[in-house]
Structures are given as C-alpha cells and as structure tokens.
Design a protein around this ligand. Structure first.
Ligand code: NAD
Ligand code: IPM
Ligand code: MN
Length: 365
C-alpha cells in the first residue's frame, strides 16, 4: 500500500527516538512491499526558534493531509520561562485540537523481562494489560485561561457530545478486549465529572455486554499500584489521563516504553510516545526508542490497517526486551541506535520466518 506520513521530531530526545521509529517504518516498507513517503515538519521549541510559532501553518497543513503523523516530543528548559508568551506545548495542543484526535489510546503491559525494574512486587505485575483511553481535546487543557497579578484560572469544561464520543470509543474497545470498562472521574467534587458519569451511565445501556465500574481518580491512583491487573479499559478525562498514564509507566519499568495513538473519527491519527523531551538525557544518544517504535506499531494498525506488520514490530520489540540490548533506563548500557538496530534485525528475521512458513505451507499443500 501507499501511505504518506508526516514526522514531527520536535525537541530534546524527540528527534533521537523519531529517527529510530522512521527507520522501523522504512524497514517495514521494504520487507512488506509498501511505499511510505515521509515529510518532516517543525513543531514545539524547534519551530519557535525557526519561525516564532510552536505550530507553523505549513506544519499543520502537512499534518492535515497526511495518512498519519508521528511525533517525538516537545518542550524543554530553553522555552520553559513561566512568563514566556509562547510555549512549545501549545503547538502540540493546537495540533491535537486541529486534527480532532479526541481519543488518546495508551496501552500498558508489563514485559516479564522488565518486571524487576518496577517499584512494585513482581507478583502484582502478572497479567497487567490495561488500555487507557484519555480524552485529549477538552477539559482544563483547552478551557479559558485568565491571569492577573495575584490570580489565575483555568476553566475545565466538557460538553455531553465531547464525553459521549470518547466514551463510546472506549466501550467499543472494551468489546474487542475483556469487556470491562472503568470510568475514572471526581464526581464527588467536580460538576464536569458528574456530567461525565451520567453520560457513561446512559451510554452503558447500549453495551450490556460490557461490565462498567466508576472509580474516583484519587482512589484509582492508589488502585493502579495495588491491583493493576484488575483493569481492562480505563476511560477518563484529559488531565486525569495524563497523570494516571505516567504513573502506569512506572509499572512497566520506564516512561520510555509506552506508546500512544490519538484518533478522531477517521483513520488518520497522531502517534507519539507518552514521554516528553527528557532534557536530562537529550543529545546523549541514550534515550529508549521503544515507546516511539511501539507507536509505529499502533500507526500501522490503526491508521494503515496493517495488522501483520504491526504484530511484526511488536514481536520484534518483545524479542529485544527479552534478550537485549537494553537502554540505560531499563538497566542496560545500549544507546538509542543499538536498540534500534536490534529491533530492525528482529523485523528482518520475523519477515524471513513468516516468508519461510508460507513457502513451506505452499510446498506441503
Ligand atoms: P519527560 O517525560 O521528558 O522525562 C521524565 C523522566 O523520564 C526523565 O528522567 C527522562 O530522562 C525520562 N525519560 C523520558 N523519556 C525517556 C526515554 N525515551 N528514554 C529514557 N528515559 C526517558 O518529562 P519532564 O522532564 O517532566 O518534561 C520535559 C519536557 O517535556 C517538558 O517541557 C514537558 O512539557 C515536555 N513533555 C512533552 C511531551 C510530548 O511532547 N508529548 C510529553 C511529556 C512532557
Ligand atoms: C503528554 C504530555 C502533554 C500533555 C504536554 C506536553 C502538553 O504531557 O502528551 O502526556 O499534557 O498532554
Ligand atoms: Mn504527559
């Protein structure tokens, strides 16, 4: 197939992990006979430095006509003055809003080879397989902001329509998994959460095969650590989802491991690791590219419909996590490029063995 992919490397380790992810896409294209075209564009601090804006019009236009967008990370100390008039993060938020990608899928699995890295006891981590569905284009991130000398406000607003579309997506995803949906809110305090909960309750009637539970976000933060394997699909609003998924990353062993897919109503999507620009390790060639590479697997699956290729990438990452090389954040000494090369070699082997299987099957049949 043909696909056009826009890349937005961004800042800090963003370009380092994006380069590894693009190498994976190129290997997949070569081995599975697809034609992927790439267009690299500016976002974040790099875009501010070059144009004064965190999301230049040319970058947005390119993203809007792409089959998928692959992003590294934005932000960093250079642009973090609290009094700055423009911030890199604004570019990412504007992009998510403009693309209408309201459902942010953040899968969490704990790889058995890495369970020792988690601060939790090993036995708690068995069978952890959670899909977070974070609302991505509403809530406090996008409400009106005010600031005077001694007061600041961030409005948190949700409409029923905004809640309904992401919750329906979560129910559909639960149907394809273990039929269990946990909706996380703060309905004991927040009006937006009461709207959220009543919307979930109404929609639940359309999905009688899915078991629904409601959990307050403070206790959910605790339950994620005490009983992580109880959860299947977890749906929540924007800010709660941001916080809970970084917490979830600690279960997996490193923030550098988790991918994400942001989807709207169509097939086009925005793919990014959940981590940030990691200024403390940027430029050293040591960032873990696995979150970005697994984001490529989600891109292949959700935007391009290439399930076998997505599985090939996931199986290749699995092999590298099992046997190494490992980057520093997960206890190894390998750099970004060494991990990338090991994943590329595993994709080659995976494609070889699949091809051998099919030619063997032909010979037998
Ligand atoms: P961060 O995610 O950048 O880093 C947190 C910690 O995790 C650091 O110790 C870092 O070294 C480590 N880490 C992150 N990614 C890693 C990787 N791939 N391999 C190994 N270790 C990794 O969070 P932060 O330091 O709070 O934020 C830094 C900047 O990134 C801020 O400007 C923030 O706004 C931005 N940010 C951007 C995104 C995004 O672009 N999607 C996401 C989160 C944070
Ligand atoms: C994330 C990041 C972003 C968010 C920031 C950089 C705007 O933390 O993608 O998780 O809060 O959504
Ligand atoms: Mn975050």
């Amino acid at each position: 197939m043909k696909a056009h992919i826009v890349t937005l490397p961004g800042d800090g380790v963003g370009p380092e992990v994006t380069a590894a992810a693009v190498a994976v896409l190129k290997t997949v294209a070569a081995r599975y006979e697809h034609v992927f075209t790439f267009d690299e564009q500016l976002i974040g601090g790099a875009a501010i430095d070059a144009t004064g804006e965190p999301l230049p019009a040319a970058s947005l236009a390119a993203c809007q006509s792409a089959d998928a967008v692959l992003l590294g990370a934005v932000g960093g100390p250079k642009w973090s003055d609290p009094n700055a008039s423009v911030r890199p993060e604004q570019g990412l938020l504007a992009l998510r809003a403009a693309l209408g990608v309201y459902a942010n899928l953040r899968p969490l699995q704990v790889h058995p080879a890495l369970a020792n890295l988690s601060p939790l006891k090993n036995e708690k981590l068995k069978n952890v397989d959670v899909l977070f569905v974070r609302e991505l284009t509403g809530g406090a991130y996008f409400g009106a902001k005010t600031r005077s000398a001694d007061t600041a406000t961030d409005e948190c607003k949700y409409t029923v329509a905004e809640v309904e579309r992401v919750v329906r997506r979560a129910f559909e995803l639960a149907r394809g998994r273990r039929h269990h949906l946990t909706s996380v809110d703060k309905a004991n305090v927040l009006e937006t959460s009461r709207l959220w909960r009543s919307t979930v309750q109404r929609i639940a009637a359309d999905y009688p095969d899915v078991k629904v539970e409601h959990q307050l976000v403070d206790s959910m933060a605790m339950l994620l650590l005490t009983q992580p394997n109880r959860y299947d699909v977890v749906v929540t609003e924007n800010l709660f989802g941001d916080i809970l998924t970084d917490e979830a990353a600690a279960l997996a062993g490193s923030l550098g491991l988790l991918p994400s897919a942001s989807m709207g109503d169509g097939k086009a999507g925005l793919y990014e690791p959940i981590h940030g620009s990691a200024p403390d390790i940027a430029g050293q060639g040591v960032a873990n590219p696995v979150g970005a590479i697994l984001s490529v697997a989600l891109l292949l699956r959700h935007s391009l419909g290439l399930e076998a290729e997505a599985i090939a990438v996931e199986a290749s990452v699995d092999r590298v996590l099992r046997h190494g090389p490992h980057s520093r954040d997960i206890g190894g000494t390998a750099g970004t490029e060494a991990v990338r090369d090991a994943v590329l070699a595993a994709i080659e082997d995976h494609a070889d063995s699949t091809a051998a299987f099919f030619s063997g099957a032909r010979a037998c049949g």
